[in-house]
Design a protein around this ligand. Structure first.
Ligand code: PEP
Length: 267
């Protein structure tokens, strides 16, 4: 089967996953350091994903107000959500609440949640659908373990995750979704996939999306790479035709490093 054309214009998207790091002051300072240096001619969508208790504070730095509920060039994202609309789910946060504090994006299915919290593709799919229903754009994470790669099962594992995590998503929503390909063995380990390894899986995912929907839709989907992205490897990843941005963990905690990664994706 012919592979999906990548001629469609996809604006790059670079998201910082701050995980469970920083305190309130640190989150505000980091956001200020990023926002103050973003230039208007930057075509990259930036997304800051602080711990949920600091969403409001970071939203203020981004300039989210009642009149302007979402950041433009710099948007707010959450690291997780519950699929339920509301209810007796102690400690959980609903998509509508994230939207209420100005989030435009939400990360779902991060490998740390899949591994540490036992999130299955079914759970991720429910979150994906609930995110769309609340008006959020989900950043859906997929990626193989080292053992999967070493036993030649990368495509099998990634394809099951993509199909399972996107179950029930409409064609219209699929066009706007963000997928983050994050090989688990590269997250927080300093072992980055080579640009060729990453491109191969990104191309595979795009072709799979083409089969699940249409080539036109697949050509519009932004696929981020995540896994030890740093200023010194971002350029070679950004040069790959199917890599449309990055989901950055460790390096997103330093404004200068994060901005250098953003710059690498700037056209
Ligand atoms: C992540 O947490 O999604 C991630 C990619 O982390 P790091 O950049 O630190 O590998």
């Amino acid at each position: 089967m012919a592979s999906v054309s990548v001629t469609s214009v996809r604006s790059p998207i670079v998201a910082g996953n701050w995980k469970m790091f920083l305190d309130r002051r640190g989150a505000i300072t980091l956001a200020q350091g990023i926002v103050s240096q973003v230039t208007d001619n930057n075509n990259v969508q930036l997304v800051l994903c602080p711990p949920s208790v600091y969403l409001d504070a970071v939203g203020n730095v981004i300039g989210i107000t009642q009149a302007k509920p979402f950041g433009e060039r710099v948007a707010l994202g959450a690291q997780n959500m519950n699929a339920a609309a509301n209810g007796a789910f102690t400690g959980e946060v609903a998509a509508s609440m994230l939207r209420d504090v100005g989030c435009r994006y939400v990360i779902v299915g991060h490998s740390e949640r899949r591994t540490l919290m036992g999130e299955t593709d079914q759970v991720v799919a429910a979150k994906t659908l609930a995110a769309f229903a609340a008006g959020l754009v989900p950043i859906v994470c997929v990626g193989e373990l080292l053992a999967d790669r070493e036993s030649g099962k990368t495509e099998e594992v990634v394809s099951a995750q993509v199909i399972g995590s996107l179950a029930g998503v409409s064609q219209a929503n699929l066009e706007t979704i963000v997928i983050a390909y994050e090989p688990v063995w590269a997250i927080g380990t300093g072992k980055v996939a080579t640009p060729e390894q990453a491109q191969e899986v990104h191309r595979f995912i795009r072709n799979l999306l083409g089969k699940l929907s249409s080539n036109e839709t697949a050509a519009k989907v932004r696929i981020q790479y995540g896994g030890s992205v740093k200023p010194d490897n971002a350029g070679s990843l950004a040069a790959q035709p199917d890599i449309d941005g990055a989901l950055v963990g460790g390096a997103s905690l330093k404004a200068d490093d994060f901005l250098l990664i953003v710059k690498a994706f700037q056209s």
